[in-house]
Design a protein around this ligand. Structure first.
Ligand SMILES: Nc1ncnc2c1ncn2[C@@H]1O[C@H](COP(=O)(O)OP(=O)(O)OP(=O)(O)O)[C@@H](O)[C@H]1O
Length: 234
């Protein structure tokens, strides 16, 4: 089976000359389908830059990236937009919900423009929020709001879910619940889940851990056994 992603000497440089910042330096790797992958590394090591490029939000300075057999780095802007719309869900540290819409309406913003979406209620049930369908963001905790954001991201049945610091704004108990939901999404829907985080303990739930340092992939660890997110110590 083809991997979900493959990159070849992926590099990204911001600026020029002595002020140039080498955010990514020749990163070559493969990410198999259906895995939970955790990207770890110090601040500024290139994790978000990598995620943004394979998520179709940014372009590299050089090198190539493939989603299945589609070369992302050679796609037109239009094709890249189509890729993001059809195949990719994003979850960020801050939930970016519309405050004037209920949980269900926030998810419907996506299901209304998708090809084969799940019902908004079904997506919210998957993240354990069947009792909060008609609540507004201000009536929900941070963890619940993040779970609405996850429901919104998975409602279009993406092949891949990109999560950039999904627990960054949450306390440890709430963060564990959010990781549990990401694990459920992977297990129940087969979605490939990529998580960028500073919380090193999160690595225990991954199939694969990618360690970035100074724009380079320094180490890949395959976990023989995976921890239940509920048991992760922060
Ligand atoms: N738009 C930009 N313009 C200039 N430099 C940038 C830009 N975006 C990122 N960088 C730089 O590229 C490097 C990698 O940044 P990136 O955000 O990918 O790191 P990160 O590992 O995700 O960090 P963090 O954990 O703090 O989010 C950093 O030195 C950063 O300052």
């Amino acid at each position: 089976m083809q991997p979900a992603f493959r990159t070849e000497a992926l590099s990204k440089t911001y600026g020029e000359g002595p002020a140039a910042v080498h955010a990514l330096r020749e990163v070559t790797l493969e990410i198999p389908r259906g895995e939970v992958v955790v990207l770890l590394g110090p601040s500024g090591s290139g994790k978000s830059t990598f995620l943004n490029i394979i998520g179709g939000l940014d372009r590299p300075s050089s090198g190539k990236a493939w989603f299945g057999d589609q070369c992302l780095t050679e796609m037109s802007e239009r094709a890249l937009t189509q890729y993001r719309r059809s195949h990719v869900g994003f979850v960020f540290q801050f939930y970016n919900l519309m405050p004037s819409l209920t949980a269900r309406e926030n998810v419907e913003l996506v299901t209304e423009i998708s090809n084969d979406p799940m019902d908004a209620g079904e997506a919210l049930r998957l993240v354990g929020l069947e009792g909060r369908l008609d609540h507004f963001p201000a009536q929900m905790s941070g963890g619940e709001q993040q779970r609405v954001a996850i429901a919104r991201a998975i409602a279009k049945r993406p092949a891949v879910l990109f999560c950039d610091e999904p627990t960054g704004a949450l306390d440890s108990t709430t963060g564990r619940r959010v990781l549990q939901v990401l694990n459920d999404v992977n297990r129940e829907l087969g979605t490939t889940v990529l998580i960028v985080t500073h919380a090193a303990a999160t690595a225990a739930m991954a199939h694969r851990v990618l360690h970035f340092t100074d724009g380079q992939l320094r180490e890949t660890i395959l976990n023989e056994t995976r921890a239940d997110p509920a048991e992760i110590e922060w």
